[in-house]
Design a protein around this ligand. Sequence first.
Ligand code: PLP
Length: 428
Amino acid sequence: MTELAQPRPREITQEIQKIQESYDAFKAKGLKLNLTRGKPSTAQLNLSADLLSLPGAADYFAEGANDCRNYGILQGLAEARRLFSDIMGAAPEQVVVANNSSLALMHDTVVYALLKGTCEGSTPWSKLHEVAFLCPVPGYDRHFKICEDYGIRMIPVALREDGPDMHAVEQLTAQDPSIKAMWCVPKYSNPTGIVYSDAVIERLAAMKTAATDFRLYWDNAYAVHHLTHERIEIANIIELCARHGHPNRPFVFGSTSKVTLAGSGLALFAGSRENVNWLLSRFTPRTIGPDKINQLRHVRFLKNEAGILQLMEGHRALIAPKFQRVLEIFDDKLAHIPNVTWTRPKGGYFITLNVPNGCARRVVALAKGAGIELTPAGATHPYGKDPDDSTIRIAPTFPELAEVEQAAEGVALCVLVATAENVGLARA
Ligand code: PLP
């Protein structure tokens, strides 16, 4: 814009007034909308309705005449381990199928390492002066919560289009032996939707770390959760780490929470044989075996990898239009606003909306005032503190499409109000 074309102060004031009026009109509708919940909608859960009547009263024997009603089979059913082997990128012997939450598995592996050390026989992490995890930001708040709860120092590293800032990651891990691990959501990341490039994954596998028992917490929660026709695949972290001489580096996690039933899915772990044996040895004092009826039910229902991918097509048909509408509304209302951007995920459950520095909390507060619940600003960063106050996580899967549309319109208005206020403040 040339100097001459700059809007005059009166025009700016009028524009701000117009935006405020639109916001007030939206608020007056008294809506109750929620974009915080990264969970499947009822229609998505209904796709797996048949699970509720499986395996059936007479079907409780798994392979090897194992009675699923009984104790035992710590590592999970062989047929369930086979079912998820390709998705986890590991041979069935290197897969553990557990109970319903991969977050619980991540939590437990952190606690086991703190209390007992890792499979290398290292000093339990809790006995060390300091333990730190690298945390790509923006990231998943519940990963950060685990660290916060157990006094693990969190070191943020920037998450870029192709994965974490590897220069920073390599420098930090090479120098600091207290850095024991790094959180990674390598595919359709929570909350930006980015996918780690093969080059980044290779560097994570190859890098030298000062900690000899360094772990990648490889949370591949969205392995099959595509939003487009493109089924993006990523490099195999287990194979790459082994090739680079660090076979025990990756702890790979997955789950069927957003494939079948979020509260009654299966949690998955994969890693080197040493890591698997270590995990099973940690399970031994804790449990006599997982819920194998749920495993059998999943095997009967999903059948094979093709069955999983077909089910995921059903999810895509339900949620892709919701993402699409949010993006269309942001494109329409916000494309001209400086320093406002948003991600266009090809999979996963979230869109990240970036607003000008210092505006995210204000947008969330304005949204609340207008009846739209958003994830608290800062939740995407360690200790709930986004130093730029600029990141907002949008979760469009749970509400009905019409509600998603209304909420996206409302959020866009809140961004306009907050950025207009910024302009006003800058002029004051
Ligand atoms: N990991 C990531 C990255 C997630 O976004 C979520 C849920 O939103 C989970 C794990 C939770 O997985 P689960 O239901 O298996 O505990």
